[in-house]
Design a protein around this ligand. Structure first.
Ligand code: ATP
Ligand code: MG
Length: 313
């Protein structure tokens, strides 16, 4: 286990339906996973076991398969080979135990911020939903914004609302795909501190994809780098920097950032993407339907569903 911040003591939220005590089961188990779109390799093979409570930063050259990896863990698609399990159970589609945050907030524009945050709880009793939404708005500093529409929020506030929405069903795992990439530098740094704080307080396992080596080192208790496409793990190290009071002031920060930059630079100048015909969008690929749980729906449909945090039916 990486060293965790001593103070404040993480408050375990106890993910809904979590059958096991913390630490007993690997949160995410990616075993021998590779993925190809229309026969064109995009990822892998990758083996990655993420322990409960880890904050794993994933970096790698553009197009190496980072988002693909995240989508396979989220259950938006089934891997071409290998298996993905979450908390010991095979992933067969999206579900409320895995929250997803994308680069764009993707809030529903016709709903208030509060309704967006509570979207994944819409089948729960109104009182339960209201209480949870209020808790999440408070946790993400949006208590005053619940009645507003997404367009009335700044970019940073919208992304906080998206994070609150993903956290609402108490996911065991939070999957974040470059969540701060569209923000200005100042807001981005603030959001980094906020997600670090949220992670400390909730103890949620986080898989965080970023292009920023600095961000990866600042946030990750474990840092994974992928090679050029099809991405394979070429760097995997634990770090206790996020547990320090001022990680960037630590001499180890610069050293790790330098080494990681080196690895990513070398990977980016490697063989690169396999040549081939442009890949077809996942949504139009019957071959990419998610196994049993897909029930004939496409990756895009599953992705939409997951935004509401609802399990496939
Ligand atoms: N839905 C899809 N349908 C077909 N091909 C896809 C799809 N998504 C990604 N690909 C292809 O798979 C490869 C890996 O893409 P992916 O989006 O996973 O990379 P990435 O590492 O997230 O890139 P970036 O850093 O630019 O976001 C690319 O060659 C891409 O064109
Ligand atoms: Mg991507």
């Amino acid at each position: 286990m990486p060293s965790r911040p001593a103070d404040p003591e993480p408050v375990r939220e106890g993910a809904a339906g979590a059958p096991e005590a913390e630490g007993e089961v690997t949160a995410i188990e990616v075993r021998g996973v590779s993925h190809a779109y229309r026969g064109r390799p995009a990822l892998g093979p990758v083996d990655l076991a993420v322990a409960t409570g880890e904050f794993v930063s994933v970096v790698g050259p553009s197009g190496c398969g980072k988002s693909t990896l995240l989508r396979l863990i989220a259950g938006f698609a089934a891997p071409s080979t290998g298996s993905v399990a979450e908390s010991g159970r095979p992933v067969r589609g999206p579900g409320p135990s895995r929250g997803v945050v994308f680069q764009q907030p993707r809030l529903f524009p016709w709903l208030s911020v509060a309704a967006n945050v509570g979207f994944g709880l819409r089948r729960q009793p109104a009182a339960v939903r209201r209480a949870r939404v209020a808790e999440l708005l408070d946790l993400t500093g949006l208590s005053e914004a619940g009645r507003l529409r997404p367009y009335e929020l700044s970019g940073g506030m919208q992304q906080r609302a998206a994070i609150a929405r993903a956290l609402a069903p108490r996911p065991r795992v939070l999957l974040m795909d470059e969540p701060f990439a569209a923000l200005d530098a100042f807001t981005r740094e603030r959001m980094q501190d906020e997600i670090r704080d949220l992670w400390r307080r909730t103890g949620t396992t986080v898989l965080f994809i970023t292009h920023s080596v600095d961000e990866a080192v600042y946030l990750g208790t474990r840092i994974v780098a992928l090679s050029g496409a099809p991405g394979q793990v070429i760097f995997d190290e634990r770090s206790d920097l996020p547990g320090r009071a001022h990680p960037r002031a630590d001499p180890g920060f610069g050293r790790l950032r330098e080494r990681l930059s080196e690895v990513v630079r070398a990977a980016a100048s490697g063989p690169g993407e396999a040549p081939g015909t442009p890949a077809e969008p996942l949504a139009e690929r019957p071959g990419d339907l998610v196994g049993d749980a897909g029930l004939g729906r496409t990756g895009a449909a599953l992705e939409r569903e997951a935004l509401g945090g609802q399990p496939p039916r």
